[in-house]
Every structure is written in structure tokens, then in C-alpha cells.
Design a protein around this ligand. Structure first.
Ligand code: BGC
Length: 408
């Protein structure tokens, strides 16, 4: 299994640097800071929820919008990770996805797939940025098979680092790529949705992305007046960024956030992040039966050692490697969603394959249950890559995963 963006340094674009910092920041602070349990009716602050978004984000009073109707088709999803977002020259050399696997995704119980796509890797030069037929063919294969099997599909632009580095400079290309995608799929069924940009980060702050998103939505609406559009806030789709989001008064937009808490558990041993997650052997939930002895070769920062100390000693209800790491965050997401009348989707959560199988299954189950408790649609990272649900070698789910997600 080749994973372009995780191993061997073969991915020319640089994956998370801020992402771990963000997650670690939350790990340090967030799991101890209780976000009050919150629910609210659209436009009515209740139970302590404090609406903080700019006034430009007006609450939508009705929950009978196209976005809420569409969200019903995006409840239990899986990301086809490390597949079409890889640079063109790696296509087919790492993760592959067959028509049989798409049918299997549906049989497992998923209702949608999120398809990360590196469209920009297949774009010609300025000023047209013409997309190659190759990429349409690859995406069409997934989209048509998935729709035929009754799955909803979300296609996005993934790892568009030019936009992250220079949002103003990348806007024209971003809009022209969306104009072409929108034209190509304008007659596709409504269960196909567009997600504008995966995990804006770096210079692509929420504040800078807000007007760029508004322009992209307007561009897409020219050809796709009824298409559901997903939008992610900055800081890697960070929950903490929801409060900076502004959206046009379009009632077919779903907001999507990502959450990889507890990061020391979910990303343990992940080579594409920083050394801060070098420590492996972390279980979920903590504490471990035998204290974990920090690895001296991992050069762990003092606050990572402190995290491990808490992990070793605190009971599960207070342990940093437990549902405590995400429960209140998901409650906040629910309250935000209710208040602003915008459905929110959890576009990515998951645990890297280096965690032990039982802990992974425990984690996916706990996170999935917490998301469902907050009535949030979820989409695991990923199908058959480094956070995999499915083991393509044996044609079976990874141990415990089917029960974790579908209780069977
Ligand atoms: C990235 C993947 C990464 C995953 C977990 C995704 O957004 O596209 O490359 O493995 O996050 O960090």
C-alpha cells in the first residue's frame, strides 16, 4: 500500500504542519475546558450557547431547507482517502478503488462517500486552467458507480496548497476549476454534492476564505442552482473556527468540520506530522493497565510527557485519551448548527493504523456514537489507506470496525 502523502516523502505538497499544532493545542487546553452542554433553536441562544459569528452570518430559522434535506443522505460516510487527491503520476500505484469495493461500501452500511480530489494536479496553465479529460474519467468512474449503488457522493478539491499559501493569488484558479467541475456535473443527480476546499489552513484563514467561498458558491449556482455545497472553515476545518464563518444566505449549504481528537492517540506514529506524535503504544480509552514509559528516542516535548503522565494516571472519565477529548466539542458543533440553522457534517475523523486494532475499534465506536448523539452526519477517514476501515488484501473490514460503526 503506497500512501503518497504519508510515506517516502513522495508527496510534493506539504501535509499538516499547523494541523498537529491545532490538534495539540486543543489536546492541551480543550479536553480540560468544559464547553457547556448546548442546544438552541435557530436564532435563539439557549443553554449557554453564545453566538459569536460576524453579523454577516444570519441564522436560518427553518430546518426545512434543501440543506437539511440533503444532510439526511450524508449520515454515515467513508473517505476514499489517498486515491484521487494524489498527483497524477501516482494514480493507480497506491490505493485503488474498484466498482466491487464501491458496492461493498454500500453493503457495509455507509450511505455516502467523500471523494478527495486533486483537480488542480490536472489543470492546464493560466488563464483557463483547463482540466484534463483524464481526471473527469477517474472521478466519473467513482461518482457514477457510487450513485448507481445508492450512495450519496461528495467531491471536493483536496490539498490545493497554492490556495493555502496565497489565497488571493490562488482564487482565480480555484474559481475556474469550480466553474469547470460545476459545468461537467450540472445534470448529475442531486445526491452528488460539491465540497469547495479541504482543510483550508496556513494563510487560508476563515476570514480570507469567506469571500472566496461566496464567489465560488455564486459561480457554481450559475450552472447548479440546486446542488448541495459543503464548506469547511479554516484551521484544517477546525471546530474552533466555526465562529469565524460567514456564508451567503443560500439554504443549500452544509458546513463541514474535521476532528482528530485525541490527536496523540489518532496520529500516533504518523510520519507526515511533527515529532510530537512519535510516541506509539497509546490505547483508547486510557489509562493503560501498565503505565506507558515515554520513548527516550522520540525526543518528546515536556507537554507531551505531561499528556502521557495524565494518560497513565487519570481515570477514563478524565483521561485525555478518552471520549472527553471530543464530546464537548461535538456538543458545541450541534449547538452552533442549531442556532445558525446550518446542518454540520463531520467530514473527517479517524485513527491511524499504528494504534492497536482494539483501541481503533473502541475509538471509532465512541466517536461515531458521540457524533450521532449530537445528530451530526459523519464520514470516517478512510476506506483502505492508512486509517483504513477495509483491508483490501483479505476483502474484509479491519478487526472490530464493522461492529464499531454499524453495531453488527
Ligand atoms: C489528509 C490525509 C491525512 C488525514 C489524517 C486528511 O485530511 O488528506 O492525508 O492522512 O487528513 O491526517
Amino acid at each position: 500500500m503506497i500512501s503518497m502523502d504519508k510515506t517516502g516523502g513522495r508527496q510534493p505538497v506539504n501535509i499538516p504542519t499547523m494541523k498537529p499544532l491545532f490538534h495539540i493545542g486543543l489536546a492541551l487546553l480543550g479536553w480540560q475546558l468544559a464547553v457547556p452542554p448546548l442546544t438552541a433553536q435557530a436564532g435563539t441562544p439557549e443553554n449557554g450557547f453564545i453566538p459569536e459569528n460576524p453579523a454577516a452570518l444570519q441564522p436560518i430559522a427553518s430546518h426545512h431547507t434543501p440543506a437539511y434535506r440533503a444532510a439526511k443522505a450524508f449520515k454515515r460516510g467513508v473517505n476514499l482517502g489517498d486515491y484521487l487527491e494524489a498527483p497524477a503520476q501516482y494514480f493507480g500505484k497506491g490505493v485503488t478503488v474498484s466498482a466491487d469495493e464501491i458496492a461493498q461500501i454500500k453493503r457495509e452500511g455507509f450511505d455516502h462517500v467523500r471523494v478527495p480530489i486533486g483537480w488542480h494536479q490536472y489543470a492546464g496553465p493560466a488563464p483557463d486552467y483547463t482540466l484534463s479529460p483524464e481526471i473527469y474519467g477517474r472521478v466519473d468512474f467513482i461518482v457514477t458507480n457510487a450513485l448507481r449503488d445508492g450512495l450519496a457522493v461528495m467531491i471536493n478539491i483536496h490539498h490545493f496548497n497554492r490556495l493555502d499559501k496565497d489565497p488571493a493569488g490562488g482564487t482565480e484558479e480555484f474559481l475556474k476549476i469550480w466553474r469547470q467541475i460545476a459545468a461537467h456535473y450540472k445534470n448529475f443527480p442531486k445526491k452528488l454534492a460539491f465540497e469547495l476546499d479541504n482543510e483550508p489552513h496556513d494563510n487560508a484563514t476563515t476570514d480570507l476564505m469567506n469571500p472566496i467561498y461566496a464567489r465560488a458558491i455564486a459561480e457554481i449556482r450559475e450552472t447548479n442552482p440546486k446542488r448541495t455545497i459543503f464548506v469547511e472553515p479554516g484551521d484544517w476545518g477546525g471546530i474552533g473556527e466555526l465562529k469565524h464563518l460567514t456564508l451567503p444566505p443560500d439554504n443549500n449549504v452544509i458546513v463541514s468540520v474535521h476532528c482528530y481528537e485525541p490527536f496523540h492517540f489518532t496520529h500516533q506514529g504518523a510520519g507526515w506530522t511533527t515529532a510530537d506524535v512519535k510516541q506509539t503504544g497509546i490505547i483508547f480509552p486510557g489509562p493503560p493497565a501498565q503505565p506507558l514509559v515515554p520513548d527516550d528516542n522520540a525526543d518528546l516535548k515536556p507537554w507531551v510527557r505531561e499528556w502521557i503522565e495524565n494518560y497513565n494516571t487519570l481515570p477514563t472519565a478524565q483521561n485525555p485519551s478518552s471520549p472527553l477529548a471530543f464530546t464537548d466539542k461535538l456538543k458545541y458543533v450541534h449547538a452552533w448548527s442549531e442556532y445558525y440553522g446550518r446542518p454540520v457534517h463531520l467530514g473527517e475523523f479517524g485513527a491511524y493504523i499504528k494504534a492497536d486494532p482494539q483501541s481503533r475499534a473502541n475509538f471509532y465506536k465512541a466517536f461515531r456514537e458521540a457524533a450521532e448523539k449530537e445528530k451530526l452526519g459523519w464520514c470516517i477517514w478512510d476506506w483502505s489507506a492508512n486509517f483504513r476501515y477495509w483491508d483490501p488484501k483479505i476483502g474484509q473490514p479491519m478487526p472490530g470496525m464493522r461492529a464499531a460503526l454499524f453495531g453488527k
